[in-house]
Design a protein around this ligand. Structure first.
Ligand code: DGL
Length: 278
């Protein structure tokens, strides 16, 4: 790629981040984007802190090498386990003029304005749940509007999406049992955060198994896109480095054709992918 290509980097362990990229493209159609899916090493959700951090840093470094000045970790697990260390320890050393942002804080700020009774539920990977990032951030950023956060780890949901098994009886079994367990722990939950970027692909089953229509289900894509737009507006020094030719590239650590077929299902149009090594 030419040196005049400075896209916004979007990273996920697999396909889930495409649900975020789709909203970025819809809201910021002029910008260049480069997506990196670490499909060969997905899922991250069951991996240790150190491994998720190491993999995420490799991906961020690769996206910097591709010309990015700004990288969005469109993955809650990476945001929960690696973002802070990368921001505080690595960036000042490897790229002080570049930025890495995550997806947890935008969701947290949004739910604070949505919940009526302060009872929030979070479904996420085991890694995100164990990190306690959502309860901690909700306490910090919700302005005391969130009184109780209840989490449920859903280790099967990412493999269901990665294996294209959405809307099957098997998927419904796991989704129903995880949601049942969550709402048993707190029946008063009125807002449910989908704390994993893969989960919007399971939205039909999720809506089927929340106990009543009054529960607001919060997907991250549109929220994170609005926050990115706002960030670029507030940080012209970063924005001016991001090129705007509507060019979108897709990198995967798995087979490129495999990625192209699945990505088309996520995005609704065909793309070309490149296989890379991290
Ligand atoms: N999309 C990632 C997230 O938001 C999935 C993590 C995984 O690979 O388990 O957490």
């Amino acid at each position: 790629m030419t040196t005049n290509y400075h896209p916004i980097g979007v990273f996920d362990s697999g396909y889930g981040g495409l649900t975020v990229l789709k909203e970025f493209i819809a809201l910021l159609p002029d910008y260049d984007f480069i997506y990196l899916g670490d499909n060969a090493r997905t899922p991250y959700g069951t991996r240790s802190f150190d491994v998720v951090y190491e993999y995420t840093l490799e991906a961020v470094q690769r996206l910097f090498d591709e010309g990015c000045y700004l990288v969005i970790l469109a993955c809650n697990t990476a945001s929960a386990k690696a973002l802070r260390t990368i921001q505080q320890r690595d960036l000042p050393r490897i790229a002080p003029n570049k930025r890495v942002l995550g997806v947890i804080r935008p969701a947290v700020e949004e739910v604070a304005g949505i919940t009526k009774n302060g009872h929030v539920g979070v479904v996420a990977t085991s890694g995100t749940v164990a990190s306690e990032s959502y309860p901690i951030e909700l306490e910090k950023w919700s302005g005391a509007r969130v009184k109780q956060t209840t989490q449920e780890a859903c280790p099967m949901w990412v493999p269901i999406v990665e294996s294209n098994l959405m809307n099957t009886a098997g998927a419904d079994f796991f989704i129903q049992s995880n949601l049942q367990s969550l709402f048993q722990k707190d029946p008063l939950i009125d807002s449910l955060i989908l704390g994993c970027t893969h989960y919007p692909l399971l939205i039909d089953s999720i809506r089927k198994f929340v106990p009543h229509g009054g529960v607001q289900v919060i997907e991250q894509g549109k929220i994170v896109a609005r926050k990115l737009q706002d960030y670029l507006y507030r940080h012209p020094e970063i924005d001016e480095n991001c090129t705007k030719s509507s060019v979108h590239r897709f990198l995967t650590t798995e087979d490129a054709h495999f990625f192209e077929v699945r990505a088309e299902q996520f995005l609704g149009y065909p793309i070309q992918a490149e296989k890379i090594e991290l």
